[in-house]
Design a protein around this ligand. Structure first.
Ligand code: ZN
Length: 289
């Protein structure tokens, strides 16, 4: 009789210990690549069977909160990340994810090897004033670069983007992302977007749902539109002949943001499309499929 009672107490203790251990165990899983090519975007997904909230990620010195969605009995927070052919050095970087689940805060660290990628060289002949802007244009360029920097550094909590992104025009790629550019014989900044062939007046469509955060006629980009898609994802459309949207306007994927042209530093009519992930300019092409 006495022996049986002891056994029962032991069984309860074992269950209690198992319960404590399981409640401390990590349950959310971070699904993300361990190797990424320079400039190529990738998706990081935090997936949990439990309700997660207050999800934040930190990558290449930038942070953003993530929106949590629920489907198939799972909770998920996704983010598009990448490295910038101009600014990131190859190496191993740590992606840090923190979140709240089952009454406590959790943190995950995930190392990603950003490997070098060699991009082709392109020589361009441009009017010298566009390569070395005249002194009187400097104040304007400085002012515009501040506006652009603010736009691409925009971080908003609500996620509006979905994959795949919408290709903004149907034309072929005339200059891919990452080209090492030589302007009139002098090396310049690499190409941080994609140029699509587009005859003047071709409708240019928004890559995903979002909000217009900047429009303007800029020295380099010409008539330009910047759209915030949430959680640090920003798209931009340059050299337009006409802008069709207003600041703060809400857009749906596929809406016409303007018409292509050759305003600003352009050698002919085309669309320059840029995609910024936490302010890092990445190659958007893999995200259109
Ligand atoms: Zn371009």
């Amino acid at each position: 009789m006495f022996k049986k009672a002891t056994l029962t107490i032991n069984a309860v203790s074992v269950l209690l210990i198992l319960f404590i251990l399981s409640s401390r165990a990590q349950s959310a899983e971070l699904k993300c690549t361990y190797v990424a090519s320079m400039g190529k975007p990738f998706l990081a997904r935090l997936v949990s069977p439990y309700d997660i909230s207050d999800v934040k990620i930190s990558w290449l010195d930038r942070q953003t909160p993530l929106q949590v969605t629920r489907g198939d009995g799972k909770y998920e927070a996704s983010i598009l990340l990448g490295s910038d052919v101009r600014d990131t050095k190859p190496g191993i970087y740590t992606l840090t994810v923190s979140y709240f689940e089952r009454g406590r805060q959790w943190t995950l660290h995930h190392d990603i090897d950003v490997r070098p990628k060699s991009y082709p060289v392109q020589e361009l002949k441009l009017p010298q004033a566009m390569v070395t802007p005249p002194k009187e244009a400097m104040a304007r360029i400085k002012e515009e670069s501040l506006l652009i920097s603010n736009a691409i550094n925009t971080i908003t909590n609500e996620r509006h983007w979905e994959l795949p992104l919408k290709r903004p025009v149907d034309g072929i790629v005339t200059s891919p992302y990452g080209l090492k550019r030589i302007y009139n014989g002098s090396p310049g900044s690499p190409h941080r977007g994609v140029d699509f062939r587009a005859a003047s007046g071709t409708p240019v469509r928004c890559a995903a749902d979002g909000t217009v955060i900047l429009t303007g006629d800029h020295y380099f980009g010409g008539k330009s539109v910047y759209v915030d898609h949430g959680n640090g994802v920003i798209s931009c459309y340059m050299h337009l002949s006409k802008i069709n949207v207003l600041n703060n306007q809400r857009l749906k994927k596929g809406d016409i943001i303007g018409y292509s042209g050759q305003t600003g530093r352009a050698t002919g009519p085309h669309l320059h499309f840029g995609l910024y992930l936490l302010a890092h300019a990445v190659d958007p092409m893999p995200l259109f499929q």
